[in-house]
Design a protein around this ligand. Structure first.
Ligand SMILES: NC(=O)C1=CN([C@@H]2O[C@H](COP(=O)(O)OP(=O)(O)OC[C@H]3O[C@@H](n4cnc5c(N)ncnc54)[C@H](O)[C@@H]3O)[C@@H](O)[C@H]2O)C=CC1
Ligand SMILES: O=C(CO)COP(=O)(O)O
Length: 325
């Protein structure tokens, strides 16, 4: 089986490593010539996944045309860039496995909707779950959701992308898998703020639980299934990303919680914190759908520069309500 990977960041590289270890032929497209050279010459991605010895069979390229004829293409560019990169890729009817977590600004589309618009003949699947790239690349046990509306294709892809330490659980709920991954990044920024501002463990647990309620309300309004949101790609990833400074979203939140500005925190990073881009568009999408998302609203205000004490004070001052509400 020939696997193409679009995106030479940490996650594209880790997924390429899993596939190559399973004996797949892997071609990875990267945007940065330095990544292509580093992978081909030294079998390491020194820019985005330094210190991991990659399989020498992974071939990197800067030419999207090299992905023609693959059996499946993993799409691992940041959510805001998936549309433009896919538009230049020779996809046709090749199954696309979408691995980015986010909502496109402006269009308010999930990544699957973006991919369908660009390549309407390509079957779409979503791979999502609690997956820090460095752990996956190190061969540590990991489990993900592999969602595809075509159940038979989904099971085939799940079998072919799995490895002994990388368990894939098939699902047909594409929207559910996508929404969990997109929303958890925003909530992880909020949990980071709690950490950075020293608000305590109780507050963080409350934010995870009430954040999950938000994710569920939004997901159900957009056609997701509750069991998907409670699974690996929803609650599973929410718990991971909200508990660890390994998360770029969580660590962005820690900086905000300490009083640094979003602009300063985002300006000197090469890696992506998807929640910063998803938060404003998620807020718009939630308002469109008539869904109350107070934590998402709070994260947006913090990204816009509102003082932490004001935002937390306003969250706590909201009228009391029933837990199911
Ligand atoms: N790193 C991780 O542990 C995981 C990441 N993801 C998701 O995978 C996606 C990619 O993230 P990472 O691989 O971590 O990236 P990264 O943060 O390691 O690297 C940044 C990536 O963004 C790309 N990029 C920057 N500007 C671009 C542009 N204008 N056009 C196209 N690409 C551009 C770079 O080429 C590079 O591949 C994100 O949606 C992320 O949420 C999902 C699961 C785990
Ligand atoms: O999606 C991830 C883990 O599942 C990675 O999280 P961060 O993008 O916040 O680092």
């Amino acid at each position: 089986m020939k696997i193409g990977v679009i995106g030479g960041g940490a996650w594209g590289t880790a997924l390429a490593q899993v596939a190559a270890h399973e004996g797949r032929e892997v071609i990875l497209w990267a945007r940065e010539p330095a990544v292509v050279d580093s992978i081909n010459a030294t079998h390491e991605n020194a820019l985005f996944l330094a210190g991991v010895a990659l399989s020498p069979t992974i071939r990197a390229t800067d030419d999207l045309a090299a992905l023609a004829g693959m059996d499946a293409i993993l799409v691992v560019a940041p959510a805001q860039h998936v549309g433009s990169v896919l538009a230049a890729a020779p996809v046709g009817r090749i199954p696309l496995v979408l691995c980015a977590k986010g909502i496109e600004a402006g269009s308010k589309r999930l990544v699957g909707e973006v991919a369908r618009a660009v390549h309407p003949d390509a079957p779409i699947a979503v791979l999502s779950g609690p997956t820090f790239a460095h752990e996956v690349a190190a061969g540590l046990p990991t489990a993900v959701t592999l969602a595809c509306e075509d159940a038979e294709l989904g099971e085939r892809l799940a079998a072919r992308l799995a490895a002994r330490h990388f368990r894939t659980y098939a699902s047909t709920d594409v929207a559910g898998a996508e929404i969990g991954g997109a929303v958890k990044n925003v909530l992880a920024i909020g949990c980071g703020v709690v950490e950075g501002a020293g608000l305590g463990q109780n507050a963080r647990a409350a934010l995870i639980a009430r954040g999950f309620a938000e994710m569920t309300r939004f997901g159900l309004a957009r056609g997701a299934r509750a069991e998907t949101l409670a699974g690996l790609s929803g609650l599973g990833d929410l718990v991971l990303t909200c508990s660890s400074p390994s998360s770029r979203n969580f660590s962005l939140g820690v900086g905000l919680g300490r009083g640094d500005s979003a602009a300063a925190l985002l300006s000197d990073r090469r890696t992506v914190a998807e929640g910063a881009f998803t938060a404003p568009v998620l807020r718009e999408a939630a308002r469109d759908a008539g869904v109350d998302m107070p934590i998402t609203e709070a994260v947006c205000r913090l990204l816009e520069g509102a003082p932490v004490s004001d935002v937390i004070g306003d969250l706590l001052a909201r009228p009391l309500k029933g837990e199911a509400g």
